[in-house]
Unconditional design. Structure first.
Length: 420
């Protein structure tokens, strides 16, 4: 045993010399900063901000930008018409990461884990696994999203948003793991993430009012100018990159009148099941028209009903009446006018706010994931275009609006209101 003493002494001296350095190295690699929980619900049944679509569910994962941080999301493909994962910068806007990496992944772009299949890419049962990585330089990785724009300082806020539109049944939110400096921290899902009130949606546009057209309205004197739709953006409101928006502000219709909006409806993917995209003759994955409050944090209309429940301010492709030529007609009015409107063939009622029916409102038309050949999609209109340019690109798909006497609408139909 005596002959090993020099060796043991040398080893002890080496460990003693290396000890402080190793300890310093350990201190220099702190654990990642993590949120209290993952997937905060947001939407019209919770905080009702950022003009949510009432047919979607929407969750936030907040993070602090740190050098070397990676966020891993282990998810399962839901049985829903649409799903996506996106990252947003400190301004709550979409961005482009290193190498031109977009900050959003749509369901059909996600590669499944080994042994799983993606029902948005091929006929398959939902529930297959996928993994998304959020990192500083993700360009060479599959299913990768950028953490932040180039030049973002440490300590800045970032957000991951997970969206589902029209879920068919139960689903799971992705498991979240923060990785940094050799540390792995699993973040628990928020306790209220899947509560009944966590129904919501993606964000969208800022107020954008089209110039009055000057065309006389059939409603008569004292009627506000006809609203006109323009191509909107959505910076600062967690805009969904898969959506494109038209919007117009409008004054509440005078007593006895409604606002009539007409346009050609794009064919959309049917139902609420996961299916491959592109899908046959569908020109968009989904579309909707929503009525929102003009002032405030961006609330969508959500009127409580006398018998319980809520009349939401959105009507989507599946609950919008169409004429034989594929034209939709909305009549925007008060809940008291609803029964009369719904008796008019081919017309769909869209509610004003019951709390503030005479306040200024904002209409938003969404097109989601336009098919490559759909030349008249909102996506083909440059952001910021006014009514004339927007109408030029969209043709028959451009929505025309006019105030109309409810009695005239009931007697003669929507042609009496819009002159078409």
């Amino acid at each position: 045993m005596r002959r090993w003493k020099p060796v043991l002494l040398a080893a002890a001296l080496a460990l003693s010399a290396a000890g402080p350095t190793a300890a310093a190295s350990s201190v220099a690699a702190p654990a990642p900063t993590v949120p209290a929980c993952a997937w905060e619900p947001l939407g019209y049944q919770t905080s009702n901000v950022a003009y949510p679509d009432t047919n979607a569910r929407y969750w936030l994962l907040r993070y602090t930008v740190r050098e070397g941080l990676t966020i891993r999301l282990d998810g399962r493909f839901p049985d829903a018409r649409y799903a996506s994962v996106a990252t947003y910068d400190a301004r709550r806007s979409s961005f482009t990461g290193p190498g031109g990496t977009p900050s959003a992944l749509t369901d059909h772009q996600l590669l499944p884990d080994r042994g799983s299949r993606n029902p948005y890419r091929e006929p398959a049962r939902p529930g297959g696994k996928f993994t998304v990585t959020v990192a500083e330089a993700p360009a060479d990785r599959p299913n990768a999203l950028p953490l932040a724009p180039a030049g973002t300082p440490e300590g800045a806020e970032g957000t991951v948003v997970y969206r589902i539109y029209l879920p068919h049944g139960g689903f799971r939110l992705p498991k979240v793991t923060f990785v940094q400096g050799g540390h792995r921290v699993r973040v628990a899902t928020c306790a209220d993430a899947l509560s009944p009130g966590a129904s919501t949606a993606g964000a969208s546009t800022g107020p954008s009012v089209g110039a009055p057209s000057g065309t006389a309205s059939p409603a008569g004197e004292g009627t506000p100018p006809r609203p006109a739709f323009s191509r909107s953006g959505g910076d600062g409101l967690y805009p969904n990159p898969d959506n494109a928006y038209l919007s117009t502000g409008f004054e509440a219709p005078p007593a006895g009148q409604v606002l009539v909006v007409r346009g050609k409806a794009p064919t959309a993917t049917a139902g609420d099941r996961a299916r491959p995209w592109p899908a046959g003759s569908a020109r968009v994955r989904y579309w909707s028209m929503c009525d929102n409050l003009w002032w405030g944090p961006g609330e969508v209309v959500a009127n409580p009903l006398p018998g319980g429940g809520v009349d939401p301010g959105c009507r989507a492709d599946f609950d919008t009446r169409l004429s034989s030529d594929g034209t939709y007609t909305y009549a925007v009015g008060t809940e008291d006018q609803r029964a009369a409107v719904e008796r008019v063939p081919g017309v769909t009622f869209l509610p004003l706010s019951s709390a503030t029916p005479t306040a200024r409102h904002l209409l938003i038309l969404r097109n989601m994931v336009a098919a490559p050949g759909f030349a008249e999609a909102i996506q083909r209109v440059p952001v910021g275009s006014g009514p004339a340019r927007t109408a030029e690109v969209m043709g028959a798909y451009y929505p025309e609006a006019a105030y109309c006497d409810l009695g005239a609408l009931a007697r003669s139909g929507p042609d009496a209101c819009t002159g078409s």
